[in-house]
Design a protein around this ligand. Sequence first.
Ligand SMILES: Cc1cc2nc3c(=O)[nH]c(=O)nc-3n(C[C@H](O)[C@H](O)[C@H](O)COP(=O)(O)OP(=O)(O)OC[C@H]3O[C@@H](n4cnc5c(N)ncnc54)[C@H](O)[C@@H]3O)c2cc1C
Ligand SMILES: Cc1cc2nc3c(=O)[nH]c(=O)nc-3n(C[C@H](O)[C@H](O)[C@H](O)COP(=O)(O)O)c2cc1C
Length: 633
Amino acid sequence: MSGGVVIQGNFPIPEERRDQLQQLATELNREQLMWLSGYFAGAAAAAPSSIPGFQNNLLGGAQARAQIPAAATAAPAFVAPAPAAAAAPLPTLTIISASHTGNGRKISEKLLAAVQGIGMQARVVKAGDYQPREIAKEKLLYVVISTHGDGDPPDEARGLYEFLGTKRAPPLPDLQYSVLALGDTSYPKFCEAGRVVDERLAKLGAKRLLPRVDCDVDFEQLAQTWADDALARVREIKDKLAPVGAPIATGFSGQTTAAAAAPVPELTRAQPATAEVLANQRIVGRGALREVRHVELAFPGLGNLYKPGDALGIVHRNPEPAIDAVLKATKLDAGATVTHEGKTHTLLEWLRDERELTRIARPLLVQVAKHANVDISELLGNASAMAKLTATCQVSDILGTYPAEWTPEALVNVLRPVTGRVYSIASSPAAVGDEVHLTVAVVGSDTDRKLLAGAASHFVVNTAVDSNVQVWIEKNDRFRVPADTSRDIIMVGPGTGIAPFRGFVQEREATGATGKNWLFFGGRSLYTDFLYQLEWQQALKRKALHRVDVAFSRDQAEKIYVQHRIKQAGKELFAWLSNGAYFYVCGDASAMAPDVNAALLDVVREHGNMDADDAQAWLADLTADGRYLRDVY
Ligand SMILES: Cc1cc2nc3c(=O)[nH]c(=O)nc-3n(C[C@H](O)[C@H](O)[C@H](O)COP(=O)(O)OP(=O)(O)OC[C@H]3O[C@@H](n4cnc5c(N)ncnc54)[C@H](O)[C@@H]3O)c2cc1C
Ligand SMILES: Cc1cc2nc3c(=O)[nH]c(=O)nc-3n(C[C@H](O)[C@H](O)[C@H](O)COP(=O)(O)O)c2cc1C
């Protein structure tokens, strides 16, 4: 009900009609009223005016209509066709972009420009800006969604993702849609988020305009094919519903996204900047099971390019032992020249800079086995064997297991393009100027098997002070300190998850934030793994940090993790949250983040006196408010 709408004044409408209007205006809701306004505008455009002065104005005159800029005619909400035209209104296409590292965002914006290029109303909405209930109004929807964490949706899409799985999700019989899923076949839950969204929409009664497409890391070609098909389908709908000249209706408060703005040049893995290594020091004690490094990098102007919460990508080279092992397994000459997809390098350069040698993906396994004429269908169907294989093997192991004759070209063709690795930035430009600090755990340093060494972390650990590396910035606008600096923040960052919070604390101190900062940290042992311990102690003294709760799992008989500390501090934590605090989590996606979520749920249930459903809804609201933020990997 709209309520409070009063029609008065000197209107050219008879009194009895005015009563009817008054009644409608009071009874109808906002959307119905907007639709009616469009409907009457259309009807008026087709009817001759008897009122002097209205002949040539916006409502009645063809001449005046011709003067309205195209954008203005397209923009108003719910512009219904004139009854005479009687064509069904052409719905606005919504493209929901649920992306974490920006791949999906770029695809969505390119598709938007193409759709607008055929004269169709369309908008791209970031999943984090999308009100889940708005889905009931959609008629045409494309969802471009990646998978992160351990088969999770990107953080910005959590609200929508969860909503679609609840009883509150509306039936969607009038919706036509398609999903483009982005993922990485080296993860066990390949394109899980896209698959789930696709299924949830179908379950709610929506009809697929196109089948879902699941893309691996080399997504460009497949994504373009999906986008071409997606464009063709909306073009067919447009041609059917809106013959040339027919008015177009929009369903969403009239606002459509302008065609994608000219892209601002930004650093990418393909176009990185050169940074100097200023420091690279071990920050764990002797006897630590895992090596962790504090790394500092800089170049002039770097401080203007990032904010705490962003990550830094480092262009790495594969470790020599991994390259040698591939060459040995294939008996190929490192100096052979290979041209592939327009690029020419020696085989050594392909293996060092361009191809993935340390992460195993299913398609690679399939193709290597096929090349060797081995049937691996049984292995492919065994999830636990596959998980073990991808966690413990590198490419050379697979090539050794399925020996075959290789040419340099066939090998380069079969290996996957290298995936960029990024590291949470552990500094604030407000404190360190043009430097970036990182906290890098060296994968594989706790094993003697050199071949299991993580490619990028070993590259980083071996970069010498004063040398140069190629870097790019990965923005993460979803993971920022609160704009309102009086808000309190709670940061949960065990292990390298601590990194962004070092940046947050620096930023809050440098900008004079008045809100309090509470940190939860965890590691194996206080004696070896308390990263940046001295800095936290000093920050506590300066009141730049107000509370630190630590959990060292192996310093006592029973294992204690951050989630236990969260529960122990539940009463106070709930009071902080109720008072408007932000809750941040960074670090391990597979075990830590779900365990912290479960602990938080328990805290809300117990200290908020709620049942499980209400506690879940409370956390969903916290997420929707942008106060429960995660950056997990
Ligand atoms: C947004 C984001 C922020 C990140 N921030 C940080 C950070 O601040 N500090 C940091 O150290 N890392 C961080 N990472 C992880 C980092 O990007 C790399 O994934 C990590 O360094 C491993 O890469 P690698 O090339 O050394 O190992 P890879 O060559 O990718 O892996 C080698 C082998 O080890 C396995 N493996 C990979 N990672 C792990 C692991 N953590 N534990 C056990 N086995 C593993 C792989 O499955 C593979 O078999 C972040 C990742 C993301 C997405
Ligand atoms: C930390 C992390 C976890 C990921 N987890 C998965 C996963 O579980 N399943 C999957 O298919 N892809 C996974 N991916 C791969 C991404 O979905 C893929 O890189 C995608 O192209 C990212 O798209 P975006 O930039 O739009 O977010 C993961 C990537 C990262 C960085």
